[in-house]
Design a protein around this ligand. Structure first.
Ligand code: K1U
Ligand code: ZN
Length: 178
């Protein structure tokens, strides 16, 4: 297993639509294992293949406290979404440190394949619903700040740039002090 570098916004790979998975082999299982290790280490509750530079339709999710309920969703699709909309705070490992409220359907039913290619359905609500919609967005080249108004998106991008500058300055100071 290996830790993979996480692609950072606004890398153009995060804006591309990912390709469906057609071959269910050991290479796919190896990538899923590496993605899971990367998600747990970050730490995060989800990770989509484009976030590690692989433009294929696969995501890993584990919202459990104990980090022992890994789900690997291949070719996930929202089959049904509730009319009820909720607003939840979201973060993203490709925009670390930025948290914004996003409106999404409260409940979704998702169909997906597992690593052997078998089909499944999953009823999702609360954090699982937010997370699965956020990860499927990544497969469609959408990041969570794309759901905001242009004003809020530009403000969020400016805040992210400021945080990155401050982080780089702090790292430089530490280097000089060492
Ligand atoms: O796709 C990603 O970048 C992962 C993202 C998933 C997500 C979290 C919250 C709402 C929507 C989508 C994250 O995991 S960000 C990190 C985070 O929020 C978190 C980290 C550890 C424990 C709990 C949450
Ligand atoms: Zn994300």
């Amino acid at each position: 297993m290996a830790l993979l570098p996480i692609v950072q916004y606004p890398d153009p790979r995060l804006a591309k639509k990912a390709e469906p998975v057609a071959v269910f082999d050991d290479k796919l299982a190896g990538l899923a294992a590496d993605m899971a290790e990367t998600m747990y280490a970050a730490p995060g509750v989800g990770l989509a293949a484009p976030q590690v530079g692989e433009l294929i339709r696969m995501v890993v999710i584990d919202i459990s406290e104990e980090k022992n309920a890994l789900l690997v969703l291949v070719n996930p699709e929202v089959e049904a979404a509730s009319e009820e909309i909720v607003e939840c705070e979201e973060g993203c490992l490709s925009l670390p440190g930025l948290y914004e409220k996003v409106k999404r359907p409260a409940h979704v039913r998702v169909k997906y394949q597992d690593l052997q290619g078998a089909s499944h359905e999953l009823e999702c609500d609360e954090l699982m619903s937010v997370c699965v919609q956020h990860e499927i967005d990544h497969l469609d080249g959408v990041v969570f700040i794309d759901h905001l108004s242009l004003f809020k998106k530009q403000r969020a991008a400016a805040r992210l740039a400021k945080m990155r500058k401050e982080k780089a300055r702090a790292a430089k100071r530490r280097e000089q002090d060492a």
